[in-house]
Design a protein around this ligand. Sequence first.
Ligand code: ACM
Ligand code: ZN
Length: 762
Amino acid sequence: MNFKKKCLVLFLLVSIIACKENEQSAIDPQIIPAPNTLNINKGEFLLSSNTNLVYDEELKPAVAYWESITTPVFGGNTGEVNTIKFVLDKTIKNLEAYNLVVNTEEITIKASSAKGAFYAVQTLIQLLPAEFIEKEYKSNSLKIKALTITDKPQFSYRGMHLDVARHMYPVEFIKKYIDALAMLKMNTFHWHLTEDQGWRIEIKKYPKLQKVAAYRKETLMGHYSDQPHQFDGKKYGGYYTQEEVKEVVAYAAERFVTVIPEIEMPGHSQAAIAAYPELGCTGEQVEVATKWGVFEDIYCTKDETFNFIENVLDEVVALFPSEYIHIGGDEAPKTRWKTCKNCQARIKAEGLKDEHELQNYFITRMEKYLNSKGKQIIGWDEILEGGLAPNATVMSWRGTSGAVEAAKSGHNVVMTPTSHCYFDYYQSDNENEPTAIGGYLPLEKVYSFNPIPDELTEEESKYIIGVQGNVWTEYMPTSEQVEYMAFPRILAMSEVLWTNTENKNYRDFVTRVEDFHKRLYVLGINYANHLYEINGEMISINNESFYKLETLTEGKDIRYTLDGNEPTLKSEIYKAEIPISKSLEIKAAVFNAEEKLGKIFSQNINFHKAVGAKISIDKEPHKAYSGSGAEGLINGISGSVSRYGDKEWLGFWGEDIVVIIDFSTPKEISSISTRFHNGNGQWIYAPEEIGFSFKLQEDGRTINDIKLIKDSHDLIVDYAYKIEPTVVTRIEIVIKNYGTIPEGKQGAGNKAWTFIDEIIIN
Ligand code: ACM
Ligand code: ZN
C-alpha cells in the first residue's frame, strides 16, 4: 500500500469511529429526582426528525416545551418513522403524575394534565445524553432505552426560595434558576423581593421605592463576625421593573412553576422606611441597611402604613397570578412599637394584650385584605405570634415546632427548617470553602430530611403540604456563587420533595449526582463538587482508638499519608481503620487509576490525655447541633473555625451544662483547654464563667476553681487553665450559658447559644 492509500484507509477508519461516536447508544437512566417506579425493558427508541408527535390538545403546552428543546437538535433523515404520543388520561388522579412507556416503536406519555405531561417530558430529557442540551449540539438521531415509568410527587408544594435583596441577579439568571427548578420537577419559586438592604420590585405608586429603597450606599465586607465592620464604599442596588416581573412570571408559567412574591412586613422593611420615613414609628430618616441582620425600624401600625402596604399589594397582586402572597412576618423586634404612641393606641383600641398580639393584628389585617383580593397568605413561623391569622399557611423555619403548632390547629405548612433547608450554610467542612453565613448542611443531611415531624398524627401530617430550600444571599454577591451554594443540594431537595421515602437511597443518589455533573456542566451551572471528598472519624474499638476514612463514590481508592506529605498515586491505599496511639496528621485524597480527584483531606489528631476517657454531659445537646455526641469533645479532633455546625462542635441553647470526664486509670494533668464559638450574629456567645472541680487521686479530695472569661469580640474564644501537675481521677466542668442576648445585638431578648469544641487535657 502506498502512502496515499494508507492515509485514505486511516481517514476512513477514523471517520467510521467518529461516526459511531456520534451515533451514541442509549444512556442508562440516572434520573433526578428518582422516579417512583422504573423498569428497564428490551430495545431502544430512535428519536429523530422523523419522530412524529401526536397529542391531546390539553397537553399541548408540554408538547410545545418538548419541541422547543428537541427541534433545534435534529438534522438529516434517518428514514425510521416513529411516534411520541401524549395521551390525556383522566383516570390518573394526581394532576402532576405521569406514566411513560418507551418501546422500540413508540413512546407513550399519559397524564391527566399538561403539568403531568411536562414532568414526563423532563424525565424524557434526562433519558437523552447530557451533551444534547448544548446549544450547538446537532445529531441525526438519539436513542432512548425502552422502559416503563409510573411516577407522581410525594408533596404538592415543591419550592426553592431566592433572596434578591441582599444581592441582586439579572433576569436571565432568574430564568436559569427557574429552568433548574422545572428540570427537578419543582413547582414553586419563592421570590424574596423586599428587605432592609433593598427593595427590588417596581411599585409605580411609590417612586421613592425605586429611587431610594432600591439602593444602599455601601455593603459590609467580609463576614458579619469579622470585627470591626468594614464597608466597601460602593453604592449597590437596582430593582426589577414590572415588565421584567411579568416576563419572569410568564417564563415560569410555561415551565409550570408558580412564582410567589414575598413582600416583608412588619419587619425587614428598613429600605421602605428609608424611602418613606413616615411608615416607621419614629418618623426619623433611616438609611437602607448596609449590613446584615435584624433591624428595629419596622412598619408602624398606624393607618397610613396600612394604606401604603395595601397600595403596594394591589400592584403586586396584579402581577402575580399565584394563589399565595408571602407576607414575611419574621424577625420583627417590638422595640419601636413599645414606645410608639400610635402603636400603643392601636393596642388599646383593639383590646390587645401586648406587642405580640399587635403582630397578630398586623398579619390578620393584611390577610383579610389579601383574602378580599382572592389571595391567601403565607408567612414565616413568627406569624404564629399572638395567635395565627385564620387562613394562613406557615413556613416553618425555626426548627419544626411552628410546623407542629400550625398543623395541629389545621393550618397548611411548608417545611423549611434551617437544619435541613438553608443552602446559605456551609456544605463542606473543607476550610477553603467560600465564606458563608455559618452552620453546616452537607448534601447527605439535606437528602436525609424527613419533612413530617414525629409529633404529628397521620391526619395532621396532611397539613404538611411540602418543603422548600432557601437561598439567603448575604454572602452570594454573584449568580455563580448562588449556583455553587444551591447545587448539588437542590438535587437532594428535589428528591426529598418528589420521591417516596421507600424509594430513596443516598448511595444510589450520589451515583446519579456524579453522572448529573455532566448535565450541570452543559447547562453552565457552577455546581459544588464535594463527592470526592473524604469523611473521617475517630472511632474506638475495644478501648483502642482508630481513624476511619470514607468516601461516597464507588470504584475509587483513598490513598493516605501519616507523615505530613501530600498523598500521591504512590501512597498507601486505605483498606481498614488506622490505629492511633500518638498525635499525628492524616492526609488523604480520592484517586482513580490515573489521578487525584478531589481536594486533600487533612486531619490533625491531638492524642491528648482525655482521648478514650469516659465523658458525660448532664444535658443533651440541641438536636440540630449534636455533633458526634459527648464523646466528640474528647476524640482528639477540634472543630472547624467557621462551621460550628460540624460534627466536632456541640451546641446548647440557653442552658448551663456540666461535663464530667472520668479516667479509668488516674492521670497526671497540668492543663485543660477548650474553645467556644462566639458568632454573636448567629446568637452564639462564649460563656462568661466556667467552674472546675478536680477529684484528686491520693485522698479523694476535690479542689474547685472558677474562671471568668472577659467579654470577648473574637469569633473563637480560646480558653486555657493551668494547674501544678496533679494526679486526678475525675474532672467536672460547669459551663454557664451567657444568658439573655443584650439589647442592640442580633436576637436581643432571646437565649444565647453555647457552642463548645474539643476539651484538651494534658
Ligand atoms: C428567615 O430566615 N429569617 C426566615
Ligand atoms: Zn408605631
